[in-house]
Write a protein that binds this ligand. Structure first.
Ligand SMILES: Cc1cc2nc3c(=O)[nH]c(=O)nc-3n(C[C@H](O)[C@H](O)[C@H](O)COP(=O)(O)O)c2cc1C
Length: 449
């Protein structure tokens, strides 16, 4: 092989890590998980597992939390979204609480700390506010040396040093490294425009608390998306501006915490509507799936409705799908995809894609041109393309596999001999961010005349 050709092949094989799938990453307060366990009368671990199955991957804990519970959350695969520390910098410097919080962060590897700095007395003097700002800044600097990101939220109490835009501006001016937990419900509570606050603080927002309200001054708990916060606008604005942090679900005081969580997750997911270009950009072949996330038959049906829209020769619709969704069928198919087995081990759905021969490319039983049943394969590929793109638009991930054992699949699903078995497609949720292959130059793919 010529050196230049060898180099261009190498370039095609080279991979780069691409940006996250521009989907909201959901986290939840551990307090909410404990409340689910209490209300549903189940173990905390079971409550955590139920929440994880909804697609909530991150956890927000307090720095006073005990080690066995932290380890339990780790064992379920929860990622460390943030840790919360009450350190009363209004009262004084608090060296002990400061050290305890930082030790917790380093020991358990939580990179972001939400600081609740105490409440000011009524009519607090400027001098006291200055002192509080200085104490917070000293803490932020100490934490930064240990690689910990300190944040304050817009806190729903007028006596908080971080109550609204004005007080937050003052804190941020005094502490340039301090960042912001953007709490959507609390901006409503202090009577501010949430979207304007988002624009104002965008560069400092390192974490988000999604909280909804029925009305500006109403503190009643609501599922997120059921009240007046502009959920879609907030989520899209943050994601489009490159926010890659967590969206923490918050509804303290929910009468049914599990039901509220379910509704909140569904509403937040529905608020993520990727553009067509985002679907194309973030669809990648995924070779590691999240075992804790399931896909329902109803979701597969929704996906297939989009696939019905695919074009085909004379509308022959030669493609057929055989969907493995039960544990037994999944296990069987996993053993029929050769070296792909490990890659799709945790995918909750595996789909066999076939086409009926003698349909596309044929007229009254006669082959219409030299391509023959190649048109069936063509139409099958079109349908599969619709499938993988619609899957991405629904927040799922896929792997098309040409490495599979057609004979065994035919036997397992009773696939008639009149159908050609093409790919097996894994459907699930990505467990790792994919790498993107280099694409050949456009001019090598397209020629204009
Ligand atoms: C028809 C077909 C068969 C494929 N077979 C496999 C396979 O058996 N195993 C695998 O890991 N990837 C398989 N792939 C995925 C390709 O390697 C992948 O699409 C390509 O490298 C481009 O990467 P991307 O999908 O992330 O853009 C297949 C893709 C297609 C379209």
């Amino acid at each position: 092989m010529k050196v230049s050709k060898f180099l261009s092949v190498l370039a095609l094989l080279a991979v780069t890590v691409i940006q996250a799938g521009a989907q909201p990453r959901l986290s939840i307060f551990f307090d909410h998980v404990a409340e689910i366990a209490r209300q549903e009368r189940i173990a905390i671990q079971d409550a955590a597992q139920r929440v994880k199955q909804l697609g909530v991957d991150g956890i927000d804990v307090r720095v006073t939390m005990n080690e066995p519970q932290l380890r339990m959350l780790d064992s379920l695969g929860f990622q460390h979204a943030s840790a919360i520390a009450d350190i009363n910098f209004v009262q004084g410097e608090q060296p002990e609480a400061t050290r305890q919080a930082l030790n917790f962060m380093s020991r358990y590897d939580y990179p972001r700390l939400l600081l609740i700095p105490g409440l000011l007395p009524e009519n607090a003097s400027e001098e006291l506010m200055d002192k509080v700002c200085k104490r917070i800044d000293a803490f932020v600097k100490e934490a930064a040396e240990e690689g910990i990101d300190v944040m304050v939220e817009d806190y729903d109490n007028p006596r908080s040093p971080c109550y609204n835009t004005q007080t937050l501006d003052r804190l941020f001016a005094a502490s340039p490294q301090l960042n912001h937990v953007f709490d959507t419900g609390n901006y409503l509570f202090c009577g501010e425009d949430v979207m304007a606050a988002l624009q104002h603080f965008r560069s400092r927002i390192h974490h988000v608390h999604l909280k909804d309200r029925k009305a500006m001054n109403d503190r009643a708990s609501l599922p997120i998306g059921a009240g007046i916060i502009p959920l879609k606008a907030l989520v899209s604005e943050l994601l489009q501006s490159g926010y890659e942090g967590w969206f923490c679900i918050e509804h303290f005081g929910a009468p049914s915490m599990m039901e509220y969580t379910r509704q909140s997750v569904a509403n937040i997911k529905a608020a993520w509507k990727p553009s067509f270009d985002e679907v194309l950009r973030t669809r990648r072949s995924i070779r590691s799936y999240d075992a804790s996330k399931k896909i329902t038959e109803a979701e597969v049906r929704e996906l297939m409705k989009a696939v019905q829209e695919a074009p085909s020769w004379a509308n022959q619709q030669p493609t057929k799908y055989y969907v493995a969704i039960t544990p037994e069928k999944l296990a069987a198919v996993q053993n029929m995809v050769g070296a792909n087995k490990e890659r799709i081990a945790n995918a909750p759905v595996l789909i066999v894609s076939t086409f009926e021969r003698g349909k596309s490319g044929f007229f009254r039983g006669q082959q219409s041109n030299e391509v023959g049943d190649g048109w069936g394969a063509h139409d099958n590929g079109l349908s599969d393309a619709y499938l993988v793109l619609k899957a991405r638009a629904m927040g799922f991930d896929t792997l098309i596999m040409g490495m599979r054992d057609a004979d065994k699949l035919r036997e397992l699903f009773n696939i008639p001999e009149s159908e050609t078995i093409m790919a097996v497609i894994a459907l699930g949720y990505r467990a790792v961010e994919p790498r993107q292959p280099m694409h050949k130059d456009l001019d090598k793919m397209v020629e204009f005349f």
